[in-house]
Design a protein around this ligand. Structure first.
Ligand SMILES: NC(=O)c1ccc[n+]([C@@H]2O[C@H](COP(=O)([O-])OP(=O)(O)OC[C@H]3O[C@@H](n4cnc5c(N)ncnc54)[C@H](OP(=O)(O)O)[C@@H]3O)[C@@H](O)[C@H]2O)c1
Length: 253
């Protein structure tokens, strides 16, 4: 489905983890709306190939940053402000999982998963919230997961982090509402990206997963990017503190 008109002309968005997967799709859709976009990722090569594929010209900035490193986050927002002069929206897209049961996980494994998913979302939201507060407008959208609502084998710590993101969404929504800033999340089921490839590329596992999704398929990255566009647009100005499930009905059963 091609992008609808979301009225995002000239708006500036920071997307964490925009070099592939869902973040890349969101960057592509925002650029197609004539928005200006700063993407970040840890690896230079990933950012360079995304920059080439996105063809965003002067509307696109790619910055190397680890979202759980305070200095990197500071640099990401400083560079975006220097280049574009404002930040209208932040998409907290970075997330990762390491297959482990919570009971047997080393503390270092716990820290890695919490760091990328939860600490990164905190640091970026905090910085964006401060900038947006001065601007008296803004949108923060985080990518949660159905795993934040429903425990699943080997995804326990990831689920705990995503549940934290949903609570952070409510806390920040309440704190930032007086400044005309809306904070929301989207929570997808499995999406066809590199992150989940070991699952969807295995037919037996894929069939097993799809049996739990009434729509009879997993999500594509644009299934997630469209609701994100809505939450970035003025059409959602009275919606805040919410998580939209993007799961083909999985959480309805
Ligand atoms: N795919 C799914 O099935 C699924 C389902 C539900 C929710 N989600 C959520 O959707 C979001 C995006 O997932 P995805 O499937 O698109 O993942 P992905 O394909 O693995 O892409 C992750 C992106 O984030 C970047 N990244 C990873 N760690 C980073 C860090 N610490 N700092 C900065 N950038 C970082 C990666 O680039 P570098 O490697 O270069 O850093 C890449 O651009 C995540 O929050 C994930 O939890 C995914």
């Amino acid at each position: 489905m091609s992008a609808l008109a979301y009225g995002l002309d000239g708006r500036v968005f920071v997307i964490t983890g925009g070099s592939r997967g869902i973040g890349f799709e969101i960057a592509k859709m925002l650029l197609s709306q004539n928005a200006k976009v700063a993407v970040c990722g840890r690896k230079k090569e990933g950012l360079e190939s995304a920059q080439e594929a996105l063809k965003g010209g002067n509307n696109l900035l790619a910055i190397q940053a680890h979202v759980a490193k305070e200095d990197d986050v500071e640099n990401l927002f400083n560079k975006t402000m220097e280049y574009f002069g404002k930040v209208d929206g932040l998409i907290n897209n970075v997330g990762m999982n390491l297959i482990t049961s919570a009971t047997d996980a080393d503390y270092s494994l716990w820290q890695k998963i919490i760091e990328s998913n939860l600490n990164g979302t905190f640091l970026c939201s905090k910085r964006a919230g401060q900038i947006m507060r001065n601007q008296k407008r803004g949108k923060i959208v985080s990518i949660s997961s159905i795993a934040g609502r429903r425990s699943a084998p080997a995804m326990g710590i990831y689920g705990i982090a995503k549940a934290g993101i949903e609570m952070m969404t409510k806390v920040l929504a309440q704190e930032l509402a007086p400044f005309n800033i809306q904070v929301n999340s989207v929570a997808p089921c499995m999406v066809r990206t590199k992150f989940s490839e070991p699952f969807w590329s295995n037919k037996e596992i894929y069939d097993q997963i799809v049996r739990t999704i009434p729509m009879g398929r997993i999500a594509e990255p644009d299934d997630v990017a469209h609701p994100v566009m809505f939450l970035c647009s003025d059409a959602s100005n009275f919606i805040t503190g919410q998580t939209i499930m993007v799961d083909g009905g999985a959480s309805a059963i």
